[in-house]
Design a protein around this ligand. Structure first.
Ligand SMILES: [Fe+2]
Length: 186
């Protein structure tokens, strides 16, 4: 089991450095890593492992190349919603600490419950994919501030805007994010 590694080296196992998708992924992941560190540093009383936060944030979206999202250069076969659990498989294949894979699997949306998966018949393995650890929650939240789509890339998100956007999709999701706003002092 590998506990520490160079995240870019792991990314480069699957992405060619001169591809458009590599640029999209690394730019987004750096933004999420910075935001995650900012959130974690504000929670000084909790002594969060910043090295883990940074590396896990850099790797949370590693599964996107396996999905189909042409606007950001993904030409894989799976629906985009699958990139979290697919990322977990890749990180587990790399024999990283399983905590890295769990961050990837649990970051999509504000986590996806087993009930969500069953009710909406989502193309996902039937298990709860909701952030549980503090690190999983921090990276999931940080991700919500940054879009990868060229249209929304420069949109500046606030916790209130994120809650409003989530409420349009699912009030339960908006409520979960609102709880984390309190818990993580966002
Ligand atoms: Fe993602």
């Amino acid at each position: 089991m590998r506990l520490s590694m160079e995240p870019l080296a792991v990314i480069e196992t699957y992405y060619s450095r001169d591809s458009f998708l590599y640029k999209v992924l690394v730019e987004h992941s750096c933004r999420v890593a910075e935001k995650s560190l900012e959130i974690a540093r504000n929670l000084t009383h909790l002594a969060i492992d910043l090295e883990f936060i940074e590396a896990a944030a850099m790797l949370h979206d590693i599964g996107i190349f396996m999905t189909r999202a042409p606007s950001i250069g993904c030409t894989g076969e799976f629906p985009y919603i699958c990139h979290g659990y697919l990322g977990r498989q890749l990180l587990d294949d790399q024999e990283l600490d399983p905590a890295f894979g769990l961050v990837a699997e649990r970051h999509t949306g504000v986590g996806i419950t087993l009930e969500n998966i069953v009710q909406a018949n989502l193309p996902l393995p039937k298990r709860d994919m909701v952030p549980l650890s503090l690190e999983e929650k921090i990276i999931c939240c940080a991700d919500k501030y940054f879009s990868k789509s060229p249209k929304n890339r420069d949109k500046i998100m606030t916790p209130q805007l994120i809650i409003e956007e989530l409420a349009k999709i699912n009030t339960g999701h908006a409520a979960r994010f609102a709880e984390w706003v309190e818990e993580l002092h966002l």
